[in-house]
Write a protein that binds this ligand. Sequence first.
Ligand code: HEC
Ligand code: HEC
Ligand code: HEC
Ligand code: HEC
Ligand code: HEC
Ligand code: HEC
Length: 469
Amino acid sequence: MMYFIYILRLHFFGCFKKNLSVDKINLKKCDRGVDLLQFRIKRLPKRTMMNEKISGLLKYPAIALLFLLSLTSFAQEISKDAAVIKAGEDLFNGNCKSCHRVKQKLVGPALAGVYDRTPSIAWIKDWVRNSAKVIASGDKYAVQLYADYNKSQMTAFTSYTDDQIMSILAYVKAEADKPDAPAAGAQTAGGAGAAQPGVPDGYMDAILVGMIIILILMVVILGLITNALKKYLNDKQLDEADKQVVNNPYTLSSFMRSPGFIFLMIFLVAAITFKTVIDGLYSIGVQQGYQPKQPIAFSHKLHAGAYEINCVYCHTGATKGKQANIPSPNICMNCHSQIKQESPEIQKIYAAIGYDVKTASYTGKQKPIEWVRIHNLPDLAYFNHSQHYNVAGVKCQTCHGPIEEMDVVKQYSLLTMGWCIDCHRKTDVNTDGNAYYDKLVELHNAQKGKGSKMKVEDIGGLECSKCHY
Ligand code: HEC
Ligand code: HEC
Ligand code: HEC
Ligand code: HEC
Ligand code: HEC
Ligand code: HEC
C-alpha cells in the first residue's frame, strides 16, 4: 500500500511518464521530494521494486488520498528551502557546532548523512531532545553510538520543536551536498592565522628595505655631487674668503658641539619625558592591554577561533544578566572528560573538580581554578552584559576585541567612563522587532523628525544614575 502511494506521488509530481517502471534511475530524474523517496524505496523488498506498472485506474482517487497523506508525511521530508536552511544554520552554529561539524568528527560524529544512517527521522528528533532517554530505552543503535563515543553525553535540547530539528537537518544536508571547498576552513590554530586577507607582512618589509636602500643611494649621490662641485670650484680662481667657504671643514663632531644641536636635543628629551608623565597620569587605573598569565593554558584562539565554539556556550551569563561569567570546570568537562586526557593542562581541570580519569569517578577533593580576572570596573559603576549583547545586539568583539585570535586574553578597550559615553553617543538603539521601543521611536520621530536615528544617548544612556548606583 505505502509503495503505491509513493509511486502515485511521483506520478503527481510528473517524475516519470506512464508505464515507466520505478527504479532508482528514474527517481533521480525527479528532483522534488525524491531523497526521502529513495530512502523509503531502498527499504522495500526487492520483489516490489522491479517492474511495477502503475495502474491508470487507481490514479485519480488515489491522488486525493495522497494529498491528505502528504500533509502528515511531508513533515518528515528534509527541506531545501533557503529560509529553512538559514534557520537551521543559526541553530546549528549556536547549539551544535561546539561538538559537531557537518563533515568532520569532533566531539560527536560528523552529521552529514545522519538522516540515512540513523533508524529514522523520528529517532533523530527523540535523540536531539533527550539522547539519554533514547539510550536508556535500550535502543540498539543508540547504545552502540554512545559506546563508540566513549559514553560522552550529548546535551539535551528538550524544548526543540519538530520544525527546529528539521531545519537543522536541512542545513546539514545542504552543507553535506556542497562540493568540498579547496581550503576547508581553519582546522588548526596555526592555519587560522595564516588564512588572513590583506597585505602580507613580507611585502611591507620589502617596501621598507627598498626605501632605505634608495635613501642611502641618494646620500651617496649627493656626496659625489658635492665632491665634484668642490673640485670644480677649487680649480677656479677664487679669493681666500670664498675658498674657506668651499672647503669648510664641516665634521660630525663640530656639528654635535654646536649650540643649535645641543638645544634641539635638550628640547626633545624634555618633550618626551613630559608626554610620558602626562600619559601616565591619564592612565592611572586604566588597564588597557592587561594580560596576566592564567593558571591553565586555556587558549581562546584554539577554542573560539579554530574550533569555533560559541562565546556564550562557555560565558553563559552574557545572555542572562549582568555578568558574562567564567565557565565552571563542568563546562570544560563536556568535552575534556574525553579530549586530551593525558595533557598536564587538562589534568589541572580534573584536579580542580576532583575527577579521577582512570576510574571515571569523583574523589570529592576539589581545588578551584584561580583564574585571574582581567576586566574589572570599579564598584561605583554598573554594567550589564545581557543589555548590551541580547537587547542591543552588540558583538562581544566590539568591546573585547578579537578574542578568538588571542592565546592569552588581554583587555582590549579602555573601560573608562569616557569610553562608555562615547559609544552611547554614537550608537543607534537596536529597535528592530523590539515592541518595547515602539512608543519611544514614535516619540523620537515626532520630536526630531523621521529618519533621524535614535541613539543610546536619546534613551537616557548619558544619565549618571543609569551607570552609577
Ligand atoms: C556537548 C556536545 C554535543 C552537543 C552540544 C551536541 N551534540 Fe550531538 N552528539 C554528541 C555526541 C558525543 C554524540 C555521540 C553519541 C553520544 O556519545 O552520546 C552525538 C550524537 C548526535 C547524533 C547522532 C549521530 C549519529 O551518527 O547517529 C545526532 C543526530 C546529533 N548528535 C545531533 C545534534 C544536534 C542537532 C545538536 C544541536 C542541536 C547536537 N547534536 C549538539 C555531542 C553533542
Ligand atoms: C571553551 C570555553 C570558552 C569559550 C568558547 C570562550 N571563552 Fe572566554 N574565557 C574562558 C575561560 C576559561 C576564561 C578565563 C581564562 C582566561 O582569561 O583565558 C575566559 C576569559 C574571557 C575573558 C576575560 C575575562 C576577564 O577575566 O575579564 C573575556 C573577555 C572572554 N573570555 C571573552 C570571550 C569571547 C568574546 C569569546 C568568543 C569569541 C569567548 N570568550 C569564548 C572560556 C571560554
Ligand atoms: C566543546 C568542546 C570543548 C570545551 C567545552 C572545552 N574544550 Fe578545551 N579543547 C577542545 C579541543 C577540541 C581541544 C584540542 C585538542 C587537541 O589539540 O587535540 C582542546 C584543547 C584544550 C587545551 C590544550 C591541551 C593541550 O595540552 O594541548 C586546554 C588547556 C583546554 N582545552 C582547556 C579547556 C578548558 C579550561 C575548558 C573549560 C573552560 C575547555 N578546554 C573547554 C575542546 C573543548
Ligand atoms: C558593551 C561592551 C561589552 C560587550 C558587548 C561585551 N562585554 Fe564583556 N565586559 C565588558 C565590561 C565593561 C566588563 C567589565 C564588567 C565589570 O567589571 O563589571 C566585561 C567583563 C567580561 C568578562 C569578565 C567578568 C564577567 O563579567 O563575568 C567576561 C568573561 C566577558 N566580559 C565576556 C563577554 C562575552 C563572552 C561577550 C559577548 C557575549 C561580552 N563580554 C560582551 C564589556 C562588554
Ligand atoms: C559598543 C557600544 C557600547 C559601549 C562601549 C557601552 N555601551 Fe552601554 N549601551 C549600548 C547600547 C547600544 C545600549 C542600548 C541598549 C538598549 O537598547 O537597551 C546601551 C545601554 C546601556 C545602559 C542602559 C541605558 C538605558 O537607558 O536603559 C546602561 C546602564 C549602559 N549601557 C551602561 C554602559 C556602561 C557602564 C558602559 C561602559 C563600561 C557601556 N554601557 C558601554 C552600547 C554601548
Ligand atoms: C554610560 C555609563 C556612565 C554614565 C552615563 C556616567 N558614568 Fe560615571 N563612570 C562610568 C564608569 C564605567 C566609571 C569607571 C571608570 C573608570 O574606572 O575609569 C565611571 C566613573 C565615574 C567617577 C569616578 C571617576 C574616578 O576617577 O574614579 C565619577 C565621579 C563619575 N563617574 C561621575 C559621573 C557623573 C556625575 C555622571 C553624570 C553626569 C556619570 N558619571 C555618568 C560610567 C558612566
